[in-house]
Ligand binder design. Structure first.
Ligand code: G6P
Length: 612
């Protein structure tokens, strides 16, 4: 949700800001803007993408060695030039970029209006920049830093900000509460950004700011303190991110690249966690808390969007194999509904970004109520990764496509490892079954490759259905969450209305939608629900629905029954979600491309949702 970037040093700031914004564009792309300090402070901003900003400034002198930039996902105020960041204070003393929401902005604004301040935009951010200026002008001996800290002490809400004071040409001021900020440490230069992606070209040494930190950054020095002016010690961390992860390579879109990376990312996720002789699973990040998980009365898995779908797969697996009761909750509901939690409960947050505001808040609430909190995160050093008692990284690498693909299969891989390990340690499965299940998981990457090579067939099928208005996805058991995720992928990137349903529920409503226009995508691999789902297919067929089925290779019965099939290799049902989702990801991808949609940056969405 909004990306921010800043630089101070000897390099030319403009390319650093532009490239940084391009890397952060997945966080929002409603408008883009930047401020550069050369002889004076210059601000440029416009509605649209970073590419539009580049055109906008094409004829201007962009030289300078200190600057900030912003790419916006609109919250307060529609996406237009005026509401774009950076925002400038009324008298031009401060320029600021902001990620987050100032919840008490209306109250602060009315106070400032009484003091004679006027506003150009509809944003909460302009209130903050004017509040900083107010303190700067009205508190004796105030510096930029003092004014920023005074203003932040009045703010309720979330912020990651970078501020330039017109009178302090030598420094940037950054602060964080709720919205992530990373500082990159170079030689005689510093970088600030919402995540490490704009920084890794220049340095791998970073500091992740904590909530309430204020950073005062000049070319040669960095000071961290709290909003209350108490010094803060910082820890320098090495980022392990390859530049290749940040480029599309030969692929047309990041989403396609990330779909094709899955054999590798799944392997990266289980490699090192399955012993070389494939006889055991070791989840190093959970070692200290494992007894607690083993003895948990209940496991609650929370997440949003795709991560919530992965959680559902986890619920089915953990209950089936480890026999521990599991509940899956939308983080946004869980955090507000005063759930009953105690110290016997284990709450697992699943999140690609590790920054989703609802998931973070739900986790904090669970911690306050005494539960053990764990994380399954992709982004190393993210807020959720740092706040949990323990956790497991998914190792999917940077995911840039806004529609999540490889992060989902990596999350499911971790949950699969956890379920099998718990089942083994609790003695709920025989050693033979444990070894068989591990073997099945290790075979997934090769099986996945054999699905990916069939992409031309999937593209052909996509062409037949690209003009659909609605679509229905059905699945049972482990493949029910796959149906939900398949439907989400289609609606996110192609804007076709799609519903995922438990196949057995179809007769209670969705069957009314079935006619000869409706594509019905049934995830029907051979498992113990197979006969049941074949009956559901018959019910759709009887009503002339257009059936597409994900089937196990060699299933000639279903092949003859439906219009189109996507075949997946035979596998154990417990690992089948990792295979079955992939043709559905490709199906959505090709439909969206054929409809001319912006696959990597679908309208209205953002990858990292740091507002509730
Ligand atoms: C956004 C993204 C989804 C993602 C969800 C949860 O809506 O567009 O792809 O699944 O947030 O994000 P998280 O980072 O917590 O997994």
């Amino acid at each position: 949700m909004c990306g921010i970037v800043g630089y101070i040093g000897d390099k030319n700031v403009y390319p650093i800001i532009i490239q940084g914004l391009q890397r952060l564009e997945y966080r929002g792309y409603d408008s883009a803007g930047l401020a550069i300090y050369n002889d004076q402070l210059h601000v440029y901003k416009c509605k649209g993408r970073v590419a539009d900003l580049e055109k906008f400034v094409a004829n201007d002198d962009m030289s300078g060695h200190l600057g900030i930039g912003h790419t916006r996902w609109a919250t307060h105020g529609e996406p237009n030039d005026c509401n774009a960041h950076p925002h400038t204070s009324m008298n031009g003393d401060f320029v600021l970029v902001h990620n987050g929401i100032i919840e008490n902005y209306a109250e602060l604004k009315s106070d400032l209006l009484k003091k004679g301040y006027t506003f150009q935009s509809a944003t909460d951010t302009e209130v903050l920049v004017n509040l900083i200026e107010y303190f700067y002008r009205n508190v004796e001996a105030a510096t930029g830093e003092i004014a920023v800290r005074l203003a932040l002490s009045k703010v309720v809400g979330a912020y990651g900000i970078v501020v330039i004071c017109k009178d302090e040409k030598h420094q940037l001021i950054a602060a964080r509460k709720g919205s992530p900020l990373v500082i990159g440490i170079g030689k005689g230069e510093y970088f600030v950004a919402s995540d490490a992606t704009p920084i890794v070209n220049y340095t791998d040494s970073v500091i992740y700011l904590n909530d309430h930190d204020v950073a005062i950054i000049s070319k040669d020095s960095l000071t961290l303190k709290t909003v209350e002016n108490i010094p803060v010690a910082f820890k320098i961390t090495k980022v392990d991110m390859s530049i290749g992860d940040l480029e599309k390579g030969d692929f047309e879109h990041f989403m396609l690249k990330e779909i094709f990376e899955q054999p590798k990312t799944i392997e990266d996720t289980f490699r090192g966690r399955i012993t070389p002789d494939h006889s055991d699973i070791v989840l190093g990040g959970l070692l200290d808390v494992f007894p607690k998980i083993m003895n948990a009365k209940r496991i609650i898995i929370i997440g949003c969007g795709t991560s919530w779908h992965a959680a559902l797969v986890g619920e089915y697996l953990i209950e089936e194999y480890a026999r521990i009761p599991v509940e899956v909750e939308y983080a946004s509901e869980f955090r507000y509904r005063n759930p009953i939690l105690n110290s016997d409960d284990v709450v697992i947050a699943i999140t690609q970004s590790g920054e989703t505001a609802d998931t973070l808040a739900a986790l904090r609430m669970a911690k306050e109520k005494g539960a053990t909190i764990l994380g399954i995160c992709n982004v190393v050093g993210s807020s959720i990764a740092r706040e949990t008692d323990a956790g497991v990284y998914t190792h999917a690498g940077v995911e840039i496509g806004v529609a999540s693909t490889k992060a989902f299969t990596a999350q499911v891989t971790v949950l699969t490892l956890l379920a099998f390990k718990l089942a083994h340690e609790k003695g709920k499965i025989s050693i033979g079954t444990y070894l068989d299940l591990i073997k099945e998981l290790t075979e997934i990457p090769d099986k996945l490759k054999s699905i990916l090579v069939k992409h031309p067939h999937i593209k052909k099928v996509a062409a037949k259905y690209k003009d659909a208005i609605n679509a229905l996805y059905l699945g049972r058991g482990y493949l029910f969450p796959v149906a939900l995720e398949g439907a989400l992928k289609l609606k996110e990137i192609s804007y076709i209305h799609a519903e995922g349903y438990a196949a057995g529920e179809m007769k209670h409503g969705p069957i009314a939608l079935v006619d000869d226009n409706l594509p019905v995508i049934v995830v029907a691999a051979k498992d113990h629900y197979y006969e049941k789902i074949v009956s559901n297919i018959q019910e759709v067929k009887a009503r002339r629905g257009n059936l597409i089925a994900v089937v196990t290779e060699g299933d000639d019965v279903l092949k003859a029954m439906v219009n189109d099939v996507f075949e997946i290799p035979k596998s154990h049902p417990a690992v089948s979600p990792l295979l079955a989702i992939v043709p559905l990801q490709l199906f959505s991808y090709y439909i969206a491309v054929l409809r001319g949609c912006d696959v990597d940056q679908p309208r209205n969405l953002a990858k990292s949702v740091t507002v509730e």
